[in-house]
Design a protein around this ligand. Structure first.
Ligand SMILES: [Zn+2]
Length: 306
């Protein structure tokens, strides 16, 4: 890792320490009225959600702490992506940014905050700039612009850490996340006010079904519910187009793809490895980031996929 990336990683780690001082794993930690550092450095989960991070009073202004970054110009030129309109674009797949709890069934799905901030530092230092799937789609199909090295950071399911840990870090970089949200009630950890705060911070919200059921092999009625209804519910709740779908467990079949198209989505992401490409909008590939990966192997994810 270069000096710049190391400095950014150190800064983001400091920020993470600030935001997690009272984070108990419960969403309430971010909204407790104690006036703690964690509260003031977190996003505001309210109707008047603020996209900016307010530094605690005893800290220097956070912007001043940001090291000058060789790979992160302050303003991204609008149309400097050198790729062709047919270029593949990396979509990273994360699940939970946190330490895996003891006995976690799938510990690989947990990326520690320290690992995550070093990955962000590497991305920024290497000139990457996070964008949404909508921006990628618009670049491919509608003549839209992208920054020089686009990358999509997608977070599956809807975990409170997306609000407590990920969003404050991405905010410091001015980067959006993409949230693949399970709509049903069994994931109350990311309640609607938190989702609204993410939207205020520029995140894209995509559907990840209502019950997180594998959509391969479902009946037409079940597909209409999990694929179609999940979009409708998200649209009604957040007043957004909800243009992209994410297959739970990455599993799909022809009927599921047809249901995604019928429901009006512009595209869908899988867990098939590789770059997302414009000629397979309903089977966009992603690059899985597993917990415990070294920064060297993280960097290889990019060189190998290109
Ligand atoms: Zn999932």
């Amino acid at each position: 890792m270069s000096d710049d990336a190391a400095r950014l990683a150190a800064f983001l780690l400091d920020l993470y320490a600030l935001t997690s001082t009272t984070a108990s794993g419960e969403p309430n930690a971010a909204t407790s009225p104690t006036g703690s550092a964690a509260t003031s450095a977190s996003l505001t989960a309210s109707g008047s959600a603020s996209a900016s991070v307010t530094p605690p009073p005893h800290q220097p202004k956070i912007a001043k702490l940001l090291p000058p970054m060789a790979g992160l110009p302050p303003e991204q030129p609008a149309s400097d992506f050198k790729g062709k309109r047919t270029a593949g674009i990396p979509v990273l797949m994360y699940h939970v940014i946190d330490s895996a709890p003891m006995g976690a069934r799938y510990p690989d799905l947990y990326v520690k905050p320290g690992e995550f901030v070093r990955q962000l530092g590497w991305l920024a230092d290497n000139g990457y700039h996070a964008v949404t799937l909508q921006q990628v789609y618009d670049f491919w199909h509608n003549g839209g612009d992208l920054p020089s090295k686009p990358v999509v950071l997608s977070f599956d399911d809807g975990n409170s850490q997306d609000f407590r840990i990920v969003a404050p870090l991405l905010n410091e970089l001015g980067w959006p996340g993409v949230l693949n949200l399970i709509v049903g009630k069994h994931t109350p950890r990311l309640k609607p006010s938190y989702v609204r705060a993410l939207i205020q911070a520029g995140w894209e919200i995509d559907s990840h079904t209502i019950s997180h059921i594998e959509v391969r092999g479902l009946s037409a009625k079940q597909l209409a519910f999990e694929v179609g209804q999940s979009r409708t519910r998200l649209q009604q709740t957040y007043h957004l187009p909800i243009n992209f779908f994410c297959y739970p467990s990455g599993r799909y079949d022809d009927a599921a793809i047809a249901a995604v198209k019928k429901a009006g989505y512009l595209g869908a992401t899988t867990t098939d490895p590789g770059l997302a490409k414009p000629d397979e909008p309903y089977l966009m590939r992603r690059i899985r980031v597993s917990g415990g990966e070294s920064l060297e192997s993280f960097a290889l994810l990019f060189t190998e996929e290109r």
